[in-house]
Ligand binder design. Structure first.
Ligand SMILES: O[B-]1(O)OCc2ccc(NC(=S)NCc3ccccc3)cc21
Ligand SMILES: [Zn+2]
Length: 262
């Protein structure tokens, strides 16, 4: 499957992804609705330990689906370990999902309630697999740290990202983005839910150990509005489509259990 034949519109959105990506109807799909009373406390689950202090961010880009910050992942300079993970997973990229003005845009929901946006920090198992691509096709290949965003005051560090968005307005644009440590985007509590799921965008591989932090971070409507000035389309395309509502709705749990840390 070359090129991108999927999106978030009526004709190419989540409800028709299964036509080109049949795994969309699989038993381990993401996101899901997390019902706190139905999660299982697992006392053997240790704390999650993101260790990003020697991370190297490279660039920020618009891939036509989201805005993505990529990191150097040729060694273990920035990893996440602990919690449900058997070994460290390398940080590769982070990106966001968000809604339209006044609408929620998270992918996971909690008790049927969505958040305004959701941040995904994507990591891969470089102990067992030689590349992200190979890991992304393996059941224990990826670990994604999901962080909910709610609206309120300005986030004191998010402006570093929103100030760069005008440089990546159109699909296919990329610009340098050095010295950004995503540690500044973590909430104070690292209490989490975890379950086995998938990418939430095609190719929808069922290779993700999801780790969702219970505590949201706060961003302002003004900061969020900056994300909505991005476009799904490339600069030369006639049809202008504002980048918003780039989220997949919750999928069936299919008997899976969501575990809860302390
Ligand atoms: O579901 B997510 O939005 O959150 C978690 C997550 C991780 C990765 C992606 N997609 C990527 S990296 N695609 C490119 C690619 C995918 C597979 C092989 C090569 C290349 C999307 C999401
Ligand atoms: Zn994502």
């Amino acid at each position: 499957m070359t090129g991108c034949n999927w999106g978030y519109g009526k004709e190419d959105g989540p409800s028709v992804w299964h036509k080109n990506y049949p795994i969309a109807l699989g038993k381990r799909q993401s996101p899901v609705d997390i019902i706190p009373d139905e999660t299982v406390r697992d006392f053997s689950l240790g704390p999650i330990v993101p260790d990003y202090d020697r991370c190297t961010s490279v660039n920020i880009s618009n891939n036509g689906h989201s805005v993505v910050v990529e990191f150097v992942d040729c060694d273990d300079r920035s990893v996440i370990r602990g919690g449900p993970l058997d070994n460290p997973y390398r940080l590769k990229q982070f990106h966001f999902h968000w809604g339209g003005k006044g609408h929620d845009g998270s992918e996971h929901t909690v008790g049927g309630v969505g958040y305004t946006s959701e941040l995904h920090l994507v990591h891969w198992n470089a102990i067992k697999y030689r590349s992200f691509r190979e890991a992304s096709k393996s059941s224990d290949g990826l670990a994604v740290l999901g962080i909910f965003l709610e609206t309120g005051d300005d986030h004191r560090w998010l402006h570093v990202i929103t100030d760069a968005l005008y440089m990546v307005k159109y699909k296919g644009s990329v610009t340098d983005f050095k010295d950004f440590n995503p540690r500044c985007l973590l909430p104070s509590s690292l209490h989490y839910w975890t379950y086995l799921g998938s990418l939430t965008t095609p190719p929808l591989y069922e290779s993700v150990t999801w780790i969702l932090l219970k505590e949201p971070i706060t961003v302002s409507e003004r900061q969020l509005a900056m994300f909505r000035m991005l476009q799904f389309n490339a600069e030369e395309e006639d049809e202008r489509m504002r980048m918003e509502n780039n989220f997949r709705p919750p999928q069936p749990l299919e008997g899976r259990t969501v575990l809860s840390s302390n």
